[in-house]
Design a protein around this ligand. Structure first.
Ligand code: PLP
Length: 516
């Protein structure tokens, strides 16, 4: 170190990153005011500015180098809110119904601020005593809300992918007949381990098969019925076939519900089969599991409570700001079996939870706080009301499109509704070539135009090889008026897109009816 360094100056240290409490108070108020203004202005803003990457990079001045010297925090925060508020897609917008991404609960925004201020490392009890217990309570409340045993093990993770993968790894080590953790997969004394999931399962399964060392080819894809639900007979046949070949089935993944159409696998039947064959039954309920909170939807999810593990996403139907997923495992020891390499931890003579022994992370943020706050702000009844309203709004759109002859309804499950635009003169030929292919191209292009319009926002699904438009309502700001605007926008933009596509010379399409 340079000899001119003056250690004695550090007696009254002034670090560039520190802020006086007074400055923090003032800047904090300024930021909160900007956020409140954003919330106020949301309905009047476009859902997305639909900027090109180039425009965004220009606004950001993306190519400038790292600043050598700092700037004042006030103007910096001001500039930052402007940059983000002017150039973001808002999933908190009442007309955002894309993917499965919820509007963020305002109390969750504040919760994240408090969490960052205390900054507990929720990997180990001694360094996060209250935060650890709040997380444990949050996990119990989530289990209670969906009708899963409250004494289950569990923890919060980054999202559905990780929640599913954590459960998958718990299943693998729990069902392995040898010392898997110590000896590895190569020590498997029997045939290859087999996993079963429907062809509609989310892509996390590929990552799980890969990182678990089983390999993606060890997965058995089970066919689905016309409603995209796992076909139970096919599942049984495949399991029997594998057993006679000397393979070792150990895990069946049921999905509740699928990302495309919201279909729910026959959970009760799969649960019974797994019990009979001594297989681990995992439910991917990242989105749909929370519908079990609503009494009239709960029966659709019957059997989920019998699962050995369930993945559920607070950042979907609990409206927590990203990120928050939750892994629930019936037997807490199965989590320790997969992730702990030590004995239970005691703190002042009592057993205490060190979350680093229950999952993949070591240092862990305080994700639970935003979820815990929201659960208390509205209680069970508040969530039942919001989830129920979301489902009814999605159904309302399904019913509404019946009044629009150019919109063909395709599916409706929970709060996911799919449909597509079909020009009137093609209605009676929609399943014949080349009309079939054209409708897919038309709806793909229509989706792009709807997105860039900023008026409404939706996504897509492929249903029996048809390109469908898809809404998923996990948005407590969406009203019936917002829903009613969807078919109008789809019809208007559908017509103009159709007109333009058909006027393109290279397109070999049947002429418009009125043209002959
Ligand atoms: C959303 C979803 C996932 C992925 O969850 P992330 O939070 O995006 O990681 C997995 N499975 C299902 C059924 C989902 O709905």
């Amino acid at each position: 170190m340079a000899s001119s360094y003056r250690l004695d100056q550090l007696r009254n240290r002034s670090a560039p990153l520190d802020m006086s409490p007074e400055e923090f108070r003032q800047l904090g108020h300024q930021v909160v005011n900007r956020i409140a203004e954003l919330l106020e202005s949301l309905p009047g803003r476009p859902v997305t500015p639909a900027d090109t990457p180039g425009t965004i990079r220009q606004a950001l001045r993306a190519s400038r180098g790292l600043p050598e010297h700092g700037v004042e925090a006030g103007p910096l925060l001001e500039e930052t809110t402007r940059l983000l508020f002017d150039h973001s897609l808002f999933n908190g917008h009442p007309r955002f119904l894309g993917y499965i991404t919820s509007a963020p609960a305002p109390i969750g925004m504040l919760g994240d601020l408090i969490a960052a201020a205390v900054n507990p490392n929720v990997g180990a009890w001694p360094i996060a005593p209250m935060a650890t217990e709040i997380e444990a309570q949050t996990v119990r409340w989530i289990a209670e809300l969906i009708g899963y045993p409250v004494d289950a093990g569990g923890l919060l993770v980054s999202g559905g992918n990780l929640a599913n993968i954590v459960c998958f790894l718990a299943a693998r080590s729990s069902k392995a007949s040898w010392k898997l953790q110590a000896k590895g997969l190569a020590a498997n004394p029997a045939g290859p381990l087999r996993v079963y999931a429907s062809t509609e399962v989310h892509t996390w399964i590929n990552k799980a098969m890969d990182i678990s060392g089983l390999g993606t080819e060890s997965l058995r894809w089970v066919r689905v019925d016309d409603d995209s639900r796992m076909d139970l007979a096919s599942l049984k046949i495949q399991i029997d076939k594998d057993i006679s070949a000397g393979d070792v089935p150990f895990l069946v993944v049921g999905t509740a519900s699928t990302v495309s159409t919201g279909a729910i696998d026959p959970l009760a039947e799969i649960a019974a089969l797994c019990r009979e064959r001594d297989l681990w039954f995992h439910v991917d309920g990242a989105y749909g599991a929370l519908a079990a909170a609503v009494p009239e939807a709960a029966e659709l999810l019957e059997g989920m409570s019998e699962a050995d593990s369930v993945a559920v996403d607070p950042h979907k139907w609990l409206y927590a700001p990203l990120e928050a997923g939750c892994a629930l495992v019936r037997d807490p020891e199965a989590l320790r079996g997969a992730f702990s390499h030590g004995a239970p931890y005691y703190h002042f003579g009592e057993v205490a939870t060190n979350y680093f022994e229950y999952g993949l992370q070591n240092s862990r943020g305080f994700r639970a706080l935003k979820v815990w706050l929201a659960l208390q702000q509205v209680g069970r009844s508040g969530y039942v009301q919001m989830i129920r309203d979301d489902i009814h709004l999605a159904r309302a759109l399904y019913d509404l499109v019946a009044d629009y002859p150019e919109i063909e309804p395709l599916s409706q499950n929970l709060s996911i509704t799919t449909f597509r635009y079909v020009p009137q003169d093609l209605l009676d030929r929609s399943e014949t070539e080349p009309v079939r292919a054209y409708l897919n191209e038309l709806n793909r292009e229509l989706l792009a135009r709807i997105e860039s319009s900023g008026e409404i926002y939706l996504s897509n699904a492929i249903i029996h090889e048809r390109f469908a438009l898809r809404i998923c309502v996990v948005n407590f700001r969406t009203s019936l008026t917002d829903i009613e605007s969807f078919p109008e926008v789809v019809t208007r933009l559908g017509r103009s897109t159709d007109e333009e596509l058909r006027s393109q010379a290279e397109l070999s399409l049947p002429p418009r009816a009125e043209e002959g």
